[in-house]
Design a binder for this molecule. Structure first.
Ligand code: G16
Ligand code: MG
Length: 220
């Protein structure tokens, strides 16, 4: 029986990718760079600074920028993002997620958040889901982001649980790789083209069912 579920945020609990996109688009515009939704796919799940580097790479003369200037731009993007996430309400919880959290909690299994976002606690609060989480990984303290397993192992270590007793839920390939490398059971949300390495894959969050996940976990 599993002891801990670790959830990714963006793309699993809610769709903040659109807000990240709008904030990056606004920042890119001020640099004379245009980005589209297709390009934004590359920014999903990766850190703020790594995302900025990918945008700067679109215009070679921007790459010579100092670290201080880059920090300023990253902060600017975050200011745009923080304004946008103020619009988030519990209506933005993806289908099936609150039911799943409730079932896990009722079964006395611990729940953690494993997001790369430093804004994750604010988003969870705006969604009204804070009380479901026994622990939230502090993205600012994670040294190596996904696909490194650190985000997930930090959560298990907090409780002192064996990694094999944990289940990670992710929508990105980098996230599934991180869960697998941690030696945990991986649940993927998306298509087999991107997430074929997941131990168990569902097409969207409405297909998530606790009993089914635990059955798959137990038979691994
Ligand atoms: C999220 C998003 C990424 C974003 C990252 C850092 O990850 O998918 O696009 O760059 O967090 O966010 P922030 O700038 O708020 O610290 P996740 O792990 O929740 O999918
Ligand atoms: Mg995600």
């Amino acid at each position: 029986y599993p002891k801990l579920f670790i959830f990714d945020l963006d793309g699993v609990i809610t769709d903040t990718a659109e807000y990240h996109y709008l904030a990056w688009k606004q920042l890119a515009q001020s640099l004379g760079v245009t980005i589209d939704r297709q390009f934004n796919e590359k920014l999903k799940g990766i850190s703020r600074m790594d995302s900025l580097e990918k945008i700067l790479a679109l215009k070679p003369e921007l790459l010579t920028m100092s670290m201080e200037e880059k920090q300023q731009l990253a902060t600017q993007k975050n200011e745009y993002y923080k304004t946008l996430i103020n619009q988030i309400t519990p209506k933005d919880i993806l289908p099936g997620i609150e039911k799943l959290l409730k079932e896990i909690q009722e079964n006395k299994i611990k729940i953690a958040l494993g997001s790369a976002s430093k804004n994750a606690p604010v988003v969870i609060d705006r969604l009204g889901l804070t009380n479901y989480f026994d622990y939230m990984v502090d993205a600012a303290k994670v040294k190596r982001g996904k696909p490194d397993p650190e985000t997930f192992t930090v959560a298990a270590d907090y409780f002192g649980f064996a990694y094999a007793d944990c289940i990670g839920v992710e929508d990105s390939a980098a996230g599934i790789e991180a869960i697998n490398r941690a030696g945990m059971f991986s649940v993927g949300i998306g298509d087999s083209e991107h997430l074929h390495e997941a131990d168990y894959l569902v097409s969207d969050t409405s297909q998530l069912n606790m009993d089914k996940i635990i059955e798959k976990f137990a038979s691994k």
